[in-house]
Design a protein around this ligand. Sequence first.
Ligand code: ADP
Ligand code: MG
Length: 636
Amino acid sequence: MRPEEKARIVEIVKIFRRLLTYSFHYKGRLFAGIILSFFVALFNGVSLSSMVPIFDSMGNSSSYRFQISMTKRDLQIINKRTAGEKLNTIDKIEWKIADYKTKINSHFASLGADEIVFLFVSLVFPIYILKLICLAGAIYFINSTGSMAIRDLRLEIYKKVQTLPLDFFVKEKTGILMSRIINDVDSLGKVISGDLKDAILDFFYIVTHLLLLLFLSWKMFFLVFFVIPVIMGPISGFTEKIRKATKNQQERLSALNGHLQEMIAGIRVIRAFGMEKRESSKFGGINQELMEKTFQGHFYHQVGPSIIELFGSIIAAVLLAFGAYLIASENFSKGMFLAFFMTLVFVIRPLKQMSMMINLVNSAVAAGERVFEILDSNSEIQNITNPKPLPAKLKEIKIDNVSYTYPGTSKPALQNLEINIKKGETIAFVGPSGGGKSTLKDLISRMIDPSSGAVYFDGVDIRDYDLKGLRTKIGVVSQEVFLFNGTVRENITLGKNYTQEQLVKAAEDACALEFINSLESGFDTPIGENGVMLSGGQRQRISIARGILANPEILILDEATSALDNESERMVQTALEHLYKNRTTLIIAHRLSTIQIADRIYYIEDGMIVENGTHDELIKKGEKYKNLYDYQFSTT
Ligand code: ADP
Ligand code: MG
């Protein structure tokens, strides 16, 4: 075996092992399913063996008597007993069995052939019912194990996804992520429920039925599994020939096609240079070959079925002849011969199915690889094990030489940023889109960690604080509003406890109260999937109300008012200005009219700070900020 094949198999085994660990959480069920599967195969084998006396008795009116064969040991032990020798415990059990056999045989001897047939036919029926019950049980237990395992896997991925680095959630990747959680997990589910059940059943069918075949006649067994494949050998060679001939024929045909095209396209050149003869003989060669290959293909195709038929009859003849020989010369009956063939049918199907499993395994492995890749990917933002205590009130934010490059990109989104922010300051960030402002927001709220440099809150790297605690201190209201399917109230409170007064006040400050009251059931109106019932401006005001109500120490507004018209923006703006007073506020703004009151303004372009100062200072400076300012006021 080549090393890469070996590696592949190791990989496959690893994935299946891992997949099955999810099933092993439900050991009891799985085990019950496996035991029942064994009984399904066993009962099938038993029902097949009872064909032996049925077929043997049929038509053998009075002369035939069915008997269970007695082994040498059986006879020995009976003799020992009749001779009055002392028997030990094992001997006693053996004698019991032998004695039982004798009794059954004497009962059988008293029955006519018709009665034997009737006895076994009435025995087969309950066995089939038992088999059906076991099968239903096996399907129930194995499939339910699989379904539960997949439910657990899906939940695990879901939890994992919530911790994945943000670059997983770029638009193009979202589809892939969804497909993995839905389609790939689904195909894994099929494998560890339905397919696993098939594999277990097939396995037991193969083992029990091969044993039965061996038991019925090891000579026939040898013939079927070792001699016949050798006889069949030439047939597979022949089908290969047919395949090749067809392929050759197609190749010649396309060569002919190519030559014709060349000749027609180049007819002027061919004539001008007198190349007709040479081209004709070339064509003649291809044409001749096409004729030969086509003929060969047709010949094999038409003769093929008869050849296969011939081999079929040879095999049938060999089997019948050998069977007849065995029946004549040995303890092998016609009933056993028939039972042998019926059993063979039951082995061939699972054997074939097993070979088809390979495809299933391959697709499951591919799906498994993709799913486990998600589970194994690092959560970019790791919570530290021994976090430093967060100060009750934060005094300063220091962004120290921070650079950030998105994974998979080469150009840094932010480069060597230096910013100091004191408690209570209002800081604005402006600049062209794509400059890196939203990236900066994600760094401060620790949605991402810097590629180099660090963000400090009160002199401590924010990676040393507890992540959850840190995030409760920061409220982000951004341009992308996320609303979930619930009521207005639920969307503003996010399930936390607030008084009605607090809620109303927040809605009022966000200029949202008026429209909320005009809704059918006010705060208790359901807003549909991601707020489909609301306009863009209304959605944004709900998200602002949410930010206001949470009352965070640090408020970050990332183009939070961009979806509002000028009128409502001015109104929300006044409300927000109250909020700025007693907290640290970072405003990322698009319209400069909203940030003139800021203590400091940073102009960010291409990931770098180009200018900073107060509004008046920057206007006086008369560069980028002023240009942007003039531009906006000339157009609005
Ligand atoms: P702004 O908010 O100033 O418009 P951003 O911070 O959104 O700018 O983007 C800064 C740069 O980083 C842009 O060049 C943008 O294309 C890139 N960028 C933003 N998000 C991602 C991401 N998830 N993966 C890769 N590149 C990104
Ligand atoms: Mg942005």
